[in-house]
Design a protein around this ligand. Structure first.
Ligand code: C2E
Ligand code: CA
Ligand code: CA
Length: 760
C-alpha cells in the first residue's frame, strides 16, 4: 500500500508541476493564468506532505510531512480563495475583511511554529497496518482552529461558486457547476479522511482533480455551447431566413426567421426542405452557389424574395456543409418598381412619358412583322387658352380626363402616352383601328370639374405606318403634321398624313435653310407689275418678290411666301424688298421718273419689327419721298389687334405715305371696319372681279363699293384685270387705277423701265 500511494502521489506531483509550468506560460495571454499557476502549485506542498507521511517509518520525518501538509493546506486554501475571486470576477469589497482573513492565516502558521514546543496543534502516534508502521495524526485545539479556518474559507468558496452557478445563464453554468461539484466531492472526501483516522489522505487525489479541472476550465475551455448559442441568437436577429445543411444535404439548423418562414418547429429542421419547396416550388438544394428571385402571392399581398445558396468550406477540398439564405426584399423591390414607374410615367396623367412611349412603340413594332400599325397624334385645340381663362388647375384636370378617355378607347395591343404638354400619342394595330370611333370619342367632349364646364376640342392626326423601320419619333412627327392641317377648323377633328404633306415639310425646311444665302447672292429679286390710270398710262408699280433659284429656277412667291409667313422669315424677305424698292425709287428720282412703287407688308412683319420705323429708315437712307412709296396691307392685318394696327396706319399716313388695303373682298372685309380704317386706296381682289363678270348681283355690289369708296374719299384700284371688257366696265363704274395681265405681267425692273418708255 505504501509503495502504491508513493507512486500515485509522485505522479500527482509531476502532473501538478507540468500544469504549473504551462499555466505560467499562459500568464502572458490570460490574466487568470497567474492565479491558476499559483493554485495548482499550491497543491504540491500538501501532496508532497502526504508523500512524506506515506513513505516514512520515522516519526520525526512523518511530523515534518504533517507540517508541510498543513501549512501547504493553508497556502492551497488561500490560493483557492484568490483563484475564486479571479475565476468568478469578484474582488474584495472591504479591505479590512481582507486583512482579517490574512491575519487568521498568519495565526495558523504561527501556532504550527509553536507546536514542537507546546503540542497544542497535534501529535502523532504509530499505527500498524499490514505490518507496516505509519504515523497517524492526533489532533488538539490548534488543529481544530486550522480546520475551522480552512473549512471556513472552503465553504465561502463553495458558496461563491454556488451563487455563480445559480445566477449565471444556462450555458455559463457548466464552467461553475463542474468546479462546484468537484469542490463538494473533494470536501466530503477530505472530511471522510479526518474522521477515518487513516494515515493516508486519499482526498489529495480529489484536490488534484479539482486543480486539473480549474486548470482546464479557466485556461483552455472554450464554451462551445456558449459560442453556438451566441451565433444562433445573433443569426436569429438577422432579417434573413437562414438554413444550414450538413454534407448530406439535411437541414440541421435554421435561425428564427427561417423557422418562421418555413413554419417548422425548432426540433424538426429536417422538414425545412419539404416546406420550402411547398412555398417556393422546386429549389435546387443539391447544388451550391446560386441566386434566384422568387415571388410569393397570397390573397392579401405579394412578397418578393432573393434566395441564395452557398457552400461552407471546411478545408481546401472539403465543405463542412452549405447554407441557404432567403431575404425578403419586397420593400426594395417595390421602391425600385415605383422609381421605375416614376421614371417612365407622367406624374399628372400616369401615362407613359414621351421617351418611354416612343421606346414602347418601337418594341411593339419590332415584336411582330405581320401586324400593321397606325400612329395617332392628338393635340388639344387652344389649350393655352383653357389654361389662361380657367386656370392651370382646370387645364390639368382636362389633361387627366383626356388621359382617361385614351385609356378607355385604347384597343388591345395598343400603346399610348403623353407626348409633351397637351399632346398625346397612340400606336394602334391597324386591324382594331377605327377612325370614326376615335373621332367621336376624342374629337370633342365636355369637361367639368364641378365649377367650370368647357367643351374641349381635340385634333387628331393619323399616320399609317408603311415602313416599321423608320424612326418612331418621325412617325409621330408625321401624325402631328396631319394635325397641323386642321388648325382652327371647328367641324373636322381628324386628318390623315399623306406624302404631299411630308414633301411640303421637307420643302419648307429646304428653302428656309437657303434664304439668307439667297438674299446675299441676290437670287431674290423684285419684279414690278405696272399700275395704270384710266387713260391706260403707267403711274407706278407693285413690287412682287421672285426667287431665281440656281437649281430650281424661277420660283413664284406662292412657293415660298406662305412658308416664310409660317416661320417668320418673311420679315427678312420683306425688309429686303422694301430696301430694293427704295433703291429703285432713288434711281428714278435721279432720272426724273414720276412713278410710285407699292410694297407688300405681311401681317407677320408686325410681330418681328417696328414696321414704320424700318421703312422710314430706308426712305431716309435713300432720300425717297414718302408719297412715292405706297404701303399695301391686307385687311386681315386689322383682325388681330385692331386699335394698335389702326395707330400704325395713321402713323404711315401722317408721315406722308399712301396706305392701300390689299385683297379687299377676299376674306374678312367688313364695311363697318372700312368706315374707321385710315386708308387712301382700296385694292379690290381679282377673284371678286372674276365673279362679277357672270354674276349681275356681284357686279352691282362692286359698283356700289366703288361708289362708296369715292364718297368716303377713298380711291379704288382693281387688280387682276385681264380683259379690255373688264377694264372698260371698271372705268365706267368709276374705278381710277388698274393692275393686271391685260396691261402687263410682273417683270424685272429694267424690263419695266423699257415698258414704261414704250407706253409713253
Ligand atoms: P398680291 O399682293 O395680291 O399680288 C398680286 C398677285 O396677283 C401677284 O402674284 C401677281 O402676279 C398676280 N396678278 C397680277 N395681275 C394678275 C392677273 O391679271 N391675273 C392673275 N391671275 N394674277 C395676276 P404673285 O406675284 O404670284 O404674288 C402672289 C402673292 O404673294 C401676292 O399677292 C402677295 O400676297 C405675295 N407677295 C408677293 N411678293 C411679296 C413680297 O415682297 N412680300 C410679301 N409679304 N408678300 C408678297
Ligand atoms: Ca399686293
Ligand atoms: Ca392683291
Amino acid at each position: 500500500m505504501r509503495v502504491e500511494y508513493a507512486i500515485i502521489f509522485s505522479i500527482l506531483c509531476i502532473i501538478l508541476t507540468v500544469c504549473t509550468i504551462t499555466a505560467m506560460q499562459q500568464r502572458r495571454s490570460k490574466a487568470i493564468g497567474g492565479a491558476v499557476a499559483f493554485f495548482v502549485c499550491s497543491l504540491l506542498p500538501p501532496v508532497t506532505g502526504n508523500l512524506i507521511i506515506v513513505c516514512t517509518q520515522n516519526r520525526y520525518v512523518a511530523e515534518v510531512g504533517y507540517y508541510v501538509y498543513f501549512l501547504g493546506m493553508d497556502v492551497m486554501v488561500y490560493s483557492l480563495l484568490r483563484l475564486t475571486f479571479s475565476y468568478c470576477r469578484i474582488s474584495w469589497h472591504n479591505k479590512t475583511v481582507k486583512y482579517i482573513v490574512y491575519s487568521l492565516f498568519a495565526i495558523d502558521v504561527l501556532q504550527y511554529a509553536l507546536n514542537p514546543y507546546l503540542r497544542q496543534a497535534f501529535d502523532t502516534e504509530p499505527l500498524i497496518v499490514e505490518n507496516e508502521t505509519y504515523y497517524k495524526l492526533v489532533p488538539f485545539t490548534g488543529q481544530l482552529y486550522h480546520r475551522i479556518l480552512d473549512y471556513g474559507v472552503f465553504f465561502f468558496v463553495l458558496g461563491v461558486f454556488f451563487i455563480k452557478m445559480i445566477r449565471s445563464i444556462r450555458i455559463n453554468r457548466e464552467r461553475y457547476s463542474v468546479i462546484f461539484l468537484s469542490l463538494v466531492v473533494g470536501g466530503v472526501w477530505e472530511t471522510f479522511y479526518i474522521f477515518s483516522g487513516t494515515p493516508i489522505d486519499r482526498s489529495m487525489i480529489g484536490f488534484v482533480v479539482i486543480g486539473l479541472l480549474v486548470y482546464y476550465f479557466a485556461l483552455f475551455y472554450r464554451p462551445m455551447r456558449l459560442l453556438d448559442s451566441m451565433l444562433a441568437n445573433m443569426t436569429s436577429e438577422l432579417p434573413e431566413a437562414l438554413y444550414f445543411f450538413d454534407n448530406n444535404g439535411l437541414c440541421i439548423w435554421a435561425n428564427r426567421p427561417g423557422t418562421e418562414l418555413a413554419a417548422i418547429s425548432e426540433e424538426d429542421y429536417s422538414k425545412a426542405e419539404v416546406k420550402l419547396t411547398e412555398l417556393f416550388g422546386e429549389l435546387d438544394l443539391e447544388k451550391n452557389e446560386w441566386t434566384s428571385n422568387k415571388t410569393l402571392k397570397t390573397d392579401e399581398e405579394t412578397r418578393y424574395y432573393v434566395i441564395e445558396k452557398h457552400a461552407i468550406p471546411y478545408s481546401d477540398k472539403k465543405d463542412a456543409g452549405s447554407f441557404l439564405s432567403i431575404r425578403d426584399n419586397t420593400e426594395e423591390h417595390l421602391t425600385l418598381q415605383k422609381e421605375m414607374h416614376n421614371a417612365t410615367h407622367d406624374s399628372l396623367t400616369d401615362l407613359y412619358t414621351k421617351d418611354y412611349f416612343l421606346k414602347k412603340t418601337e418594341e411593339l413594332l419590332k415584336s411582330d412583322n405581320d401586324t400593321h400599325y397606325v400612329a395617332v397624334y392628338a393635340n388639344v385645340n387652344n389649350f393655352k387658352l383653357i389654361n389662361d381663362i380657367f386656370g392651370t388647375a382646370f387645364g390639368d384636370h382636362c389633361l387627366k380626363v383626356i388621359a382617361d378617355k385614351i385609356r378607355e378607347i385604347a384597343p388591345e395591343g395598343c400603346v399610348y402616352g403623353r407626348m409633351v404638354g397637351d399632346t398625346f400619342g397612340m400606336c394602334i394595330p391597324a386591324d382594331s383601328f377605327d377612325d370614326a370611333e376615335i373621332e367621336s370619342a376624342l374629337g370633342h367632349f365636355k369637361v367639368s370639374d364641378g365649377k367650370v364646364d368647357h367643351t374641349v376640342l381635340i385634333h387628331i392626326g393619323i399616320y399609317f405606318i408603311p415602313d416599321k423601320t423608320i424612326d418612331v419619333s418621325l412617325m409621330f412627327d408625321r401624325a402631328r403634321m396631319a394635325v397641323n392641317t386642321i388648325k382652327n377648323d371647328y367641324q373636322i377633328f381628324l386628318s390623315y398624313y399623306d406624302e404631299a404633306m411630308r414633301n411640303q415639310v421637307l420643302w419648307d425646311q429646304h428653302i428656309s435653310s437657303q434664304l439668307s444665302e439667297a438674299i446675299e447672292e441676290r437670287q431674290i429679286v423684285p419684279y414690278l407689275q405696272p399700275i395704270v390710270n384710266t387713260d391706260g398710262k403707267p403711274v407706278g408699280a407693285e413690287a412682287l418678290v421672285r426667287w431665281i433659284h440656281p437649281q430650281l429656277g424661277f420660283l413664284s412667291p406662292a412657293k415660298f411666301v406662305p412658308v416664310f409667313e409660317k416661320n417668320g422669315m418673311i420679315a427678312e424677305v420683306d425688309r429686303y424688298m422694301w430696301r430694293s424698292a427704295c433703291e429703285i425709287l432713288a434711281k428714278w428720282k435721279e432720272e426724273g421718273k414720276d412713278l410710285f412703287i407699292s410694297i407688300n407688308i405681311s401681317p407677320k412683319d408686325f410681330y418681328f419689327m417696328d414696321v414704320v420705323s424700318v421703312i422710314k429708315n430706308y426712305t431716309d437712307k435713300y432720300g425717297v419721298d414718302h408719297s412715292r412709296l405706297r404701303i399695301e396691307i391686307t385687311e386681315s392685318v386689322m383682325i388681330d389687334d385692331n386699335r394698335y394696327r389702326m395707330k400704325i396706319l395713321n402713323e404711315f399716313r401722317e408721315s406722308g405715305f399712301i396706305v392701300e388695303i390689299d385683297d379687299f373682298g377676299s376674306g374678312y372685309s367688313s364695311l363697318n371696319m372700312l368706315k374707321d380704317m385710315p386708308v387712301d386706296i382700296i385694292k379690290i381682289d381679282m377673284g371678286f372681279l372674276n365673279q362679277s363678270q357672270e354674276n349681275d348681283r356681284a357686279a352691282k355690289i362692286l359698283h356700289n363699293i366703288i361708289n362708296m369708296n369715292s364718297d368716303l374719299g377713298i380711291i379704288s384700284l382693281t387688280e387682276g384685270v385681264e380683259t379690255v371688257e373688264q377694264y372698260r366696265m371698271l372705268s365706267d363704274m368709276g374705278c381710277r387705277l388698274f393692275q393686271g395681265y391685260h396691261f402687263a405681267k410682273p417683270m424685272p425692273v429694267e424690263e419695266f423701265e423699257g415698258w414704261v418708255a414704250n407706253s409713253n
